[in-house]
Ligand binder design. Structure first.
Ligand code: GAP
Length: 445
């Protein structure tokens, strides 16, 4: 029997991950002492490390290791003209319906049955749908009202389009080349939910790749393939990730072709990243609205043209959650008498790469353990933990995915060696302290 996505979905994993995130300080509701704040989340001491690793890996692949992509960090606040030109003021809307019986609000296009309220179960109580714009609007300076409106960007992409001319000129790149950016975006989602999957404040990792028009289709295929490979290279299960091409009715107002990288979340297949062939829509719109020509003159062919754009657009916070879910494992030990939770994260994504664990709190061990921490922490993110017994400390590190634990024991005082324990195999090896940096560098490259 061929299994459907719903058969394979694992709803119980969702609560497990939310609880783990809360318990271990990975992600927790924002302003919780005031009861939380409308689906916003804070990233705690461990979450901030992992989120940073996800973004670093994206930047390493998309900018650092490429000769044809440069970076950008554009402003979050932007004037209405940008969103007028991009089409967001007119088109970035969701259809909103209110239930007249219970007052709950829903996105009409996400209802299982367009007649039935999922909150109270009443049929036929919805208002007519209203188009609700998802952008957050505020005002700049002390005066409110027309002429002072500003928007929090709902995507990082427009920063790359409005700066196309300056970046191209300054970097002396010629198409095909890309501009990449990681940063916060804001959408007044009607129905945020599924933990950090859909929030009103989130982080995006987007790259706009500007190409000669005739090469657009080829580059679109190239980026679909590259982006799938990124997730696989970082250890995502191949049977839980897929590329799905959008049907004509799903395409955004700017897109002539889009494919989603989808992950099998606990509730079923859902979007991780979109790769879109945006044509010349964005540069043409901003040229027309601003009066500044955003095009490229190719000296080799003596031709002036508006580059087409291929855009891989991913969510950093959503991607981190997918990697967390994918890495979660409960392993039976000692013929089922014992068990452990282990996050089998790729070592580049793990919050800590190394944990230094003195066997006891005795000052002579703390002294050497401090030395080991100083020796290793310049190259790797290190935790230092001297509380509770060593077995419990190993479990705590397994639960947050630390690839290597380094234990300093009483023999260390004699032989200047430490015990290194590997997370997945739990194999232990004795390593001389002066060999430790090389040992770890080889395995954490
Ligand atoms: N520039 C194109 C663009 O923004 P998108 O599909 O709307 O495309 C790209 O967003 C990615 O940003 C999504 O695939 C998703 O990972 C992430 N994203 C979008 N809305 C989000 C939200 N409300 N919460 C968390 N992540 C979100």
């Amino acid at each position: 029997m061929v299994k459907s996505a719903a058969d394979e979905a694992t709803p119980e994993l969702f609560d497990t991950i939310v609880n783990l995130c809360k318990r271990r300080g990975i992600v927790f509701p924002s302003a919780e002492i005031y009861g939380g704040f409308r689906s916003t989340y804070d990233y705690g001491p461990i979450g901030v490390l992992m989120l940073r690793n996800v973004k670093n890996e994206w930047w390493r692949t998309m900018v650092q290791r490429r000769r044809d992509v440069v970076g950008l960090d554009a402003a979050i606040l932007s004037p209405p003209q940008v969103w007028e030109a991009s089409g967001h003021l007119a088109n970035f809307t969701d259809p909103l319906v209110d239930c007249k019986n219970c007052g709950s609000r829903h996105r009409e296009d996400k209802l299982d049955d367009p007649e039935v309220c999922p909150t109270c179960g009443e049929r036929g109580q919805f208002t007519e749908p209203r188009q609700f714009n998802l952008m957050f609007k505020t005002h700049a300076g002390p005066v409110e009202g027309s002429g002072h409106e500003v928007y929090l960007r709902p995507e990082t992409a427009q920063g790359m389009f409005v700066n196309f001319g300056s970046v191209q000129y300054a970097s002396r790149k010629k198409p095909p080349f890309g501009i990449a950016q990681i940063g916060k975006s804001f959408r007044n989602e009607i129905t945020p939910g599924n933990f950090v999957f859909r929030t009103r404040e989130f982080e995006q990792m987007e790259m706009e790749f500007f190409v000669p028009p005739a090469e657009a289709e080829e580059w679109y295929g190239y980026w679909c393939e590259q982006r799938m490979q990124w997730y696989l290279d970082l250890g995502m299960s191949p049977d839980k990730i897929r590329l799905r091409a959008h049907g004509a009715d799903e395409l955004s107002h700017y897109s002539s072709g889009t494919s989603d990288v989808e992950y099998l979340f606990p509730w079923g297949w859902d979007e991780l990243e979109g790769i879109a062939n945006r044509g010349d829509f964005d540069l043409t719109q901003h040229s027309n609205h601003s009066g500044n020509k955003l095009d490229y003159f190719d000296q080799a062919t003596n031709e002036r043209y508006t580059p087409h754009v291929i855009e891989p657009a991913a969510g950093a916070t959503r991607t981190m959650m997918a990697f967390l879910m994918d890495a979660y494992d409960e392993e039976e030990l000692n013929d089922g008498k014992d068990s452990r939770v282990v996050l089998r994260l790729h070592h580049r994504l793990a919050p800590y790469q190394v944990a230094v664990l003195p066997l006891s709190k005795k000052p002579e061990l703390s002294g050497v353990a401090g030395e080991v921490f100083d020796l290793v922490s310049g190259a790797h993110m290190c935790d230092y933990d001297e509380t509770q017994n060593i077995g419990k400390r190993y479990r705590r590190q397994d639960e947050i995915g630390t690839p290597f634990c380094v234990t300093v024991d009483f023999d260390t005082l004699e032989d200047r060696a430490v015990t290194v324990r590997e997370r997945d195999s739990m194999a232990q090896e004795r390593v001389a302290i002066d060999q430790l940096p090389g040992y770890l560098a080889e395995r954490l490259a």
